[in-house]
Design a protein around this ligand. Structure first.
Ligand code: PGA
Length: 258
């Protein structure tokens, strides 16, 4: 794995956007795996800027990692709850770029048959030819997507209960601001599995801020374990690039950045 350490969040975002743009220029039909959360926001802002400067995304297809269960995602109907990842993606990225609606895939948190929906999501990724680049953050519980501690490293897209720490973090970052009561936030999600992620042809993992220092070190240098599902990066056989800011990288002991 290649680890890059940048001065701050903005520099991480710029480097990440440039990696994605380089792939799209080389392969205009690239299949991108996308992530939500506070970490990739800056990357989307940079990508939007690159798009305004001429980066064409019209042939790109996308698959998002996850969605809360029980949340409206139908882009044509609007959004019933502001905190859906579908809305996040629409507001923060999709509405600013030229990716056609029918190229965008996000797990449907309102699927009538969520189990069948998960199975179909995996099939759709395969039908698209697999994911060329999967963008990832890391949660404080060490998760990739919503693969909470205990998720098998060969897990596939499925319904997952959220860890208490994840609920706390996402409540503080997203739900509280919206005036939603903690008890009303969804406690389950649909998530791609660790095994799904490991099948991507490349991974671009970002970690920023002091709150991620310890978990970044555990994921990259600790034992590979379902306790920290992002540690699966150590057994990943594709091309992995990790971009950290100085704060998030400050507990790394052995890894030498490139
Ligand atoms: P964050 O979440 O980007 O909001 O810190 C990361 C994650 O939970 O994967």
């Amino acid at each position: 794995m290649k680890v890059m350490i940048k001065s701050d969040y903005e520099a991480v975002s710029l480097a990440a956007a440039r990696q994605i743009a380089a792939l799209v220029r080389e392969k205009p039909t690239a299949v991108l795996g996308l992530a939500t959360g506070s970490t990739p926001l800056g990357t989307y802002r940079r990508l939007i800027r690159l798009h305004l400067e001429g980066l064409d995304l019209s042939r790109v297809r996308t698959f998002n990692l996850d969605e809360y269960l029980g949340i409206e995602m139908d882009l044509s109907k609007g959004y019933s709850q502001d905190q859906s990842y579908a809305r996040f993606m629409h507001e923060e990225f999709f509405k600013h770029v030229n990716i056609p609606r029918n190229h965008i895939n996000i797990p449907d948190g309102r699927a009538e048959n969520p189990k069948e929906h998960c199975r179909r999501y995996e099939e759709r990724i395969k039908e698209a030819g697999g994911i060329d680049l999967q963008l990832l953050g890391i949660g404080r519980v060490g998760h990739w997507a919503f693969n909470e501690p205990g998720s098998p490293l060969d897990s596939r897209t499925r319904i997952q209960p959220l860890a208490r720490q994840t609920l706390d973090d996402n409540y503080d970052k997203f739900y509280k601001k919206a005036g939603i009561a903690r008890k009303d936030m969804p406690h389950f999600a649909i998530t791609m599995g660790v095994g799904t992620i490991l099948q991507s042809r490349s991974i671009l993992m970002l970690g920023t801020g002091a709150e991620k220092t310890d978990i970044v070190a555990r994921a990259l240098e600790g034992p590979v374990s379902t306790d920290v599902t992002a540690s699966a990066i150590q057994i990943y056989t594709g091309r992995a690039v990790v971009i950290l800011d100085r704060a998030a990288a400050s507990s790394l002991k052995n890894i030498k950045p490139e």
